[in-house]
Ligand binder design. Sequence first.
Ligand code: TRP
Length: 339
Amino acid sequence: MNEQIQQNAEKRKRVFSAIKPTGNPTLGNYLGAMKYWGDMGKTCDALFAVADLHAITVAIEPKELRENSKRLFALLIAVGIDPERDTVFMQSHVTAHAELSWLLNNYTMFGEASRMTQFKDKSKKAPDNINVGLFDYPVLMAADILLYQADIVPVGEDQLQHVELCRTIANRFNNRYSPTFTVPVGKIPTYGARIHSLSDPTAKMGKSEGEGDGTIFILDTPDVIMRKFKRAVTDCDTKVKAGKDKAGITNLLTIYAAVNDITIEKAESEFESSSYAEFKTRVGEATVEALRPVREKYEKLRSDDNALCELMKAGASKAAYIARKTLEKVYKKIGFVRV
Ligand code: TRP
């Protein structure tokens, strides 16, 4: 029995992920990732960060960064991450991230960083702000992951290339000195649903405030959610069935299935004899109910700024303890004098 417990403890994997405080988190963020983060701590040793240092690689107003950061931190707890069981913190509160990132710069090749698709895309989008931070972004991300010796890094598809670079850097360092970093595996979660815009179901549900009625924000009020669903784009057929030329209905079915934790087929069978109007109302209602507890918990957390700050401090101190251990090893191996 004891042996069994010990074995389980040994097998417990460490999971790390982070999310940037840019924009306003959407139903897409929720159903694609955040909804499942709360469960990871049940089977894994889970750490989550608000990647605020990453948020300044594109222009952002101070007020916006501040508000977005607090909102996202509170939301992570509201969706089910347990600050006692798990570790949840602000990246900038643990200075080891910036420190390791500088060190890792020297084990990252210019050519490797230049090949990052996201860097190329973002450079094209903002040609007057191609700053060094934008270029260095994946190295900071590697530091985030490697500090905690993470085994698994759940990310969206667009971030896999960055995790690959992180593996390259870790292997290079381990080979140059001696095994120091756990080489992590990037994983696109199989559970997450990909949600599209309600007004343009061929496009991803966007995070920026200006997306209009196509985007449901996690913190939207029930009446706003209902209004957006009622205006959702469908098609000129009448059947509530997923399918190729039915991007709008497929998207709504995906949402309904994800918020109720059922399959698309099951969702389809529930609406066999429903009109589109009826169907849209039901998807709206189901979404309202799924988000209600999250919004309520969020509002409670935001009603006491001091308590929220205390949670941030506690998270940062747990994270810093682990991060420091790794960072000290790295300094020593490179040959820095430590006193
Ligand atoms: N770059 C990630 C994103 O945009 C966020 C992030 C920052 C991250 N550091 C990380 C994700 C470390 C995983 C691990 O989604």
